[in-house]
Design a protein around this ligand. Sequence first.
Ligand code: SAM
Length: 220
Amino acid sequence: MHRIYEDTYKHKGLRNGLVEKLRLKGIHSDIVLGAINSIPRHYFIPAEFEIHAYEDKAFPIGEGQTISQPYTVAFQTQLLDIKAGDRVLEIGTGSGYQASVLLSCGAIVYSIERHEPLSVKAGKLLHKLNTKHLHLKVGDGTKGWLEHSPYQKIIVTAGAPSVPKVLFNQLAEGGYLVIPVGNDSKQKMVRITRLEGNELKTEIFEDFSFVPLIGENGWK
Ligand code: SAM
């Protein structure tokens, strides 16, 4: 873990290659691509997968969970359209890689994970990157994190059966909630915008496959 700033240049060529692949797949946000190009993803996955870290693949991270595929991370982050200083709630800290991308885009991140060992591990790693703008919590993210609401952006990184209303309620006016919604094998990426007067706009994007969002307002 102490390696964090020591060999940031390691695998730089592989990271450049990944960024080019993501660009070809339709990721056009320079902020998102810049974040992916600067973050050593190999720190966030088990050492035995290090040489595969810059392939566009998900990997196991323990507790039956996965670090999302880089394309998925890039797609969700691009939909969030992060502006510097945005307060972002993330449900599903997992490895901490998505949180790191959000921090690198200039967000103030509040991230919740239900598996304590994953949260502790991600915290140790992420605190080497940026402590000031990172807040972690262990618990059921389907209930949101009321005391820091409203958030300009909310991202859910696990597959939900439906959109938890409580998350919409914690979104600032004009804010985005990006959440995969579907069954246990396939979900559509959905972006909800909170409009004036509690109105909402729903946009539906392509299919993804996430681990389940488990909790009071998710899968039981
Ligand atoms: N953002 C993560 C990353 O960058 O590695 C992706 C993690 S994985 C695809 C989804 C995570 O959501 C898992 O770590 C899982 O434990 C977590 N999760 C599922 N249901 C949750 C809930 N109700 N509250 C918080 N975390 C939850």
